[in-house]
Design a protein around this ligand. Structure first.
Ligand code: THU
Length: 165
């Protein structure tokens, strides 16, 4: 029997101005995208902005539904849209921002839910390109170089069944 520790590397920025220049806009676009979220049930507005290889930015926001599980998160809406419209373009970065019920940017960084992490992972493996993720908040911004930093021991169909794809 043995135990081992799994480490994650997380970068923390005190303000958006410290980010690499092409990623500053991305965080701004994620903030802006919260404005079109449809959240009559939770009141929590999330915006996601994706940077494609071409330099194009695609945004999305959470869309809720009276049949609660039918709604979807900002990250998956943005990512599925990007992959459906630009199937040959890897997504190189994603920024996520959130507005709470009181209308303020969240005090703590917004991290993607488990289902979104799994979908982000598949985008990374599909294109063979890591996605830099930014988790925005009213104060600091945190970042990881790949979703694998926040999804240890992940399920990866392609490595379990290499012949399938
Ligand atoms: N939500 C997102 O859009 N992204 C996240 O990372 C976390 C949660 C949405 C789902 C739901 O509309 C609302 O936030 C409350 O959970």
């Amino acid at each position: 029997m043995r135990e081992f520790v799994i480490k994650s590397v997380v970068t923390e920025y005190d303000s958006v101005d410290e980010l690499p220049v092409d990623h500053v806009t991305l965080v701004m676009r994620a903030r802006e995208a919260t404005g079109s979220a449809y959240t009559p049930y939770s009141g929590f507005r999330v915006g996601a902005a994706l940077l494609l290889e071409s330099g194009m930015v695609v945004t999305g926001n959470n869309q809720e539904n009276a049949a609660y599980p039918s709604g979807n998160c900002a990250e998956r809406i943005a990512l599925f849209y990007a992959n459906s419209q630009f199937p040959d373009q890897a997504v190189t970065a994603m920024a996520i921002s959130g507005i709470d019920k009181q209308g303020n940017r969240t005090e703590i960084p917004v991290y993607p839910c488990g289902a979104c992490r799994q979908v982000i992972l598949e985008s990374e493996t599909r294109f063979g390109v890591n996605m830099v993720l930014y988790f925005d908040s009213g104060a600091k911004i945190r970042s990881v170089r790949s979703v694998r930093e926040i999804l240890p021991l992940y399920f990866d169909q392609s490595s379990l069944f290499p012949g399938d794809r």
